[in-house]
Design a protein around this ligand. Structure first.
Ligand SMILES: Cc1ncc(COP(=O)(O)O)c(C=O)c1O
Length: 449
């Protein structure tokens, strides 16, 4: 950790606790997005507790939380209904048995009833895991090996898919046919042969690849709304195009709805846009703050695991904490009016932020879909990774985020990550946030221009 920088997130106690943690936790954090490498310099604030839409750090600083643990806390922190459901499950049922119990089917039924593409479900524990299962199912179903993934998207940290997430443009190759680049040392080069990387929102690129290599392609894997390079919504008709071209070529279409699922509509992005994939992966909002994920999809594809022809396994799959949190989180999310409210609040925030920049004469693109959004210091809309690349990890954004922290607004310091709005934020919270935002823009105006 450098102590020379003047920018600072951690204050006295946080800094000491973070230093102490580094004696026993590698880098002092348990995921890369939480450390200085991701922008928390010299170290992250250390949390004391969270309640509803609010967070407190151990120095007593108070924040309105739009980080929301990078998405799972769609009902805020320690939501009473979800906390009760989970603690009741532990007391009344136990935690895990390596045997089925009745609540599992209730949770699965809730997903089947809510997500249009899903006939059958299997539960897992993290987004990374269920995306791996999805690609395995697609490869087994088609007898083909290649998975298409898009530049700038993220599908978990596993060797098979952590490729071309935020590649260096100097190495990324041609726009229409990017090189597949591993996202970290430690990934065998040879895995790149099982992937094809394409630019998103570009029909020609998909058509050309499928024309040349369609018979090798098992799956097209996509976030239906890009949510790991800020937010990049699909161009009108793009998801429909992906649906048609994959269906016509015997390719499995996988929507990775780990972020969008249950968030942009009860049935996720597929319900919002009316495009039905073959397989869907879900996590984050699914459990409202507890580790749970699910894969679901068409009966004929999912049935491959029904009799064990294709392996799906996991000691912790379907534990009672995961399942009880799923039932409770989905109960809240499917309550009438929930998404209307989420959209109303988030649109108010996005519009307010856009207005503040406009009044300050700073061109930005506020891009979002309901309760997930981000903004780019760009003159023109960002429609794919190559548009976003010059603006990634923007120092302007980092300066603004630090000022927001000083004014009690918790967001990630990097604009790769998103602003999330929860079901427990209020209109008053949004207006307080906009006041803080205006102050933060004024304080950093010299850096933003
Ligand atoms: C779209 C998408 N897929 C998969 C993952 C991986 O999920 P997890 O962190 O639960 O493994 C993420 C995580 O942010 C994600 O955004």
């Amino acid at each position: 950790m450098t102590t020379e920088t003047t920018a600072t997130y951690s204050t006295t106690k946080s800094e000491a606790a973070y230093l102490a943690a580094q004696e026993v936790i590698a880098g002092g954090v348990n995921s890369g997005a939480r450390g200085p490498g991701a922008g928390w310099v010299p170290g992250p604030p250390v949390v004391a507790h969270g309640k509803g839409a609010e967070l407190w750090d151990i120095d007593g600083n108070h924040y309105l939380d739009y980080l929301l643990a990078l998405g799972p806390m769609i009902h805020g922190h320690a939501h009473p209904e979800i906390t009760d459901a989970v603690t009741r499950a532990i007391h009344d049922i136990g935690t895990m048995f390596a045997l089925p119990y009745e609540l599992e089917a209730a949770a699965a039924r809730k997903i089947v009833e809510t997500v249009p593409s899903v006939d059958l479900v299997r539960f897992g524990n993290s987004g990374t895991e269920v995306v791996l299962h999805a690609t395995r199912l697609a490869r087994a179903f088609t007898g083909r090996d290649v998975v298409v993934r898009f530049e700038g998207q993220y599908h978990g940290w596993a060797d098979q898919l952590e490729w071309s997430h935020h590649p260096d443009l100097a190495k990324a190759g041609p726009r229409l046919r990017p090189n597949a680049l591993p996202g970290t040392p430690g990934i065998p080069e040879v895995i790149g042969q099982t992937l094809a990387v394409l630019p998103w929102n570009d029909r020609d690129a998909v058509e050309q690849l499928i024309e040349e290599r369609g018979k090798e392609i098992a799956a097209v894997l996509t976030e239906p709304i890009m949510g790991n390079t800020g937010v990049i919504p699909p161009q009108p008709g793009y998801l429909e195009f992906l649906r048609e071209i994959t269906a016509a070529n015997g390719i499995v279409l996988i929507f990775d709805e780990v972020i969008t699922g249950f968030r942009v509509a009860p049935g996720g992005a597929q319900a919002l846009y009316g495009v039905t994939p073959d397989l869907t992966t879900m996590a984050k909002a699914l459990g409202g703050g507890f580790p749970v994920a699910a894969i679901g999809g068409k009966r004929e594809i999912m049935d491959q695991v029904s009799d064990g022809a294709v392996l799906h396994a996991g000691t912790y799959n379907g534990n009672t904490v995961a399942i009880a949190s799923t039932v409770a989180s989905l109960n809240v999310l499917t309550r009438p009016g929930t998404h209307e409210r989420l959209f109303e609040l988030s649109n108010r925030l996005m519009k307010g932020i856009g207005g503040i920049f406009e009044r300050a004469g700073i061109p930005v693109q506020v891009q979002g879909v309901g309760p997930m959004f981000q903004f780019w210091f760009s003159e023109t809309p960002v429609v794919n990774y190559r548009d976003a690349a010059p603006h990634l990890n923007s120092p302007k954004y980092a300066a603004l985020a630090l000022e927001l922290h000083r004014r009690g607004v918790m967001v990630h310091p990097s604009n790769i990550e998103l602003w999330f709005v929860s079901t427990v934020h209020t209109r008053e919270d949004i207006d307080t946030t906009l006041d803080a935002f205006e102050g933060a823009v004024k304080a950093t105006i010299g850096q933003l221009r």
